[in-house]
Design a protein around this ligand. Sequence first.
Ligand code: GRF
Length: 205
Amino acid sequence: MLKIAVFGSGAGSNFRAILTAIQQGTIPDARISLVLSNNSGAGILGIARANALPAIHLSQKQFPDEQSFTDAVLSTLRDHDVNFIALAGYMKRVPPPVVAAYRGRIVNIHPALLPRFGGAGMYGIHVHEAVLASGASASGATVHYVDELYDHGQVVMQRTVPVLPGDTPETLASRVLAVEHELYPAAIRRIAENDRTAQEYIHRP
Ligand code: GRF
């Protein structure tokens, strides 16, 4: 069973898509254990509260140094028995000790076809501006494992959308976001299924 912490900073539409898939039984082997945000006013925390899920505001700014913030994140994850992290519009760097503690158990969604259009500075509308400026005929979304480098870890799943004549960064962003809402639940479902299969194999008499 994936016991998921979702980290986000904004509206939380990807989190909503994952939660809906779980509530509808599309991802039988997963549940949401908590939602964590660096932003106390983030929509993603409101969605969690409306669904009676633990909604936790944790920001580096609340702590004197990075170490004490990192310790608070790790103990929060432990207290809620989290074994998997899904970043969904989380605008902060995940502290390296958290990445290390959850290696192979932490994923992110990026609004382009990695490895192109990823890395430092490639977030939000900047990604779509760069895609249009490149003249690419397609864009899309990528779910990938998280390592210490931005947008770098192994790809779990990708989905493509066309770039259309007359696209603006905003029209492309909304076409990509619609696909993200299908892709992220599908990727988590695949990971949860693989986990279950591995557990059954390990526990077979
Ligand atoms: C998405 O476009 C995601 O790819 C990016 O941030 C955005 C989050 O949107 N990392 P939301 O908060 O899930 O609505």
